[in-house]
Design a binder for this molecule. Structure first.
Ligand SMILES: [Zn+2]
Length: 102
């Protein structure tokens, strides 16, 4: 159980290697915050379009990042790779079958 009572910033929680593992960690943090937009979470989800696109907000870059899903494979439009934190986050979202209620 990782239930810290100390205030920790996202930068100390997530070392910025920008790999899939970090995205998975970021997703877990975001879930613990019950999907709220919080500066304590390195990445939050803005939009989820099953099998098409996931739009994230990267609180470290301070910008929106779109991850396109092509034939089930997520590709980050910001980093131009399928091996970054945004992709890891998107994969988790896909696996949870997160449904947006637009
Ligand atoms: Zn990325």
């Amino acid at each position: 159980m990782r239930k810290s009572t100390q205030p920790v910033s996202s930068s100390t929680l997530v070392v910025r290697n920008n790999n899939v593992d970090e995205g998975v960690i970021a997703f877990g943090l975001w879930l613990n915050f019950e999907g709220k937009d919080s500066p304590a979470v390195p990445i939050t989800m803005k939009k989820f379009d099953q099998n098409r696109e996931v739009v994230l907000h990267d609180n470290v870059l301070q910008k929106d990042v779109s991850v396109g899903i092509v034939e089930g494979v997520p590709i980050c439009n910001e980093c131009r790779t399928n091996d970054c934190a945004h992709v890891g986050f998107a994969i988790c979202a896909e696996q949870m079958h997160f449904s947006s209620r637009a």
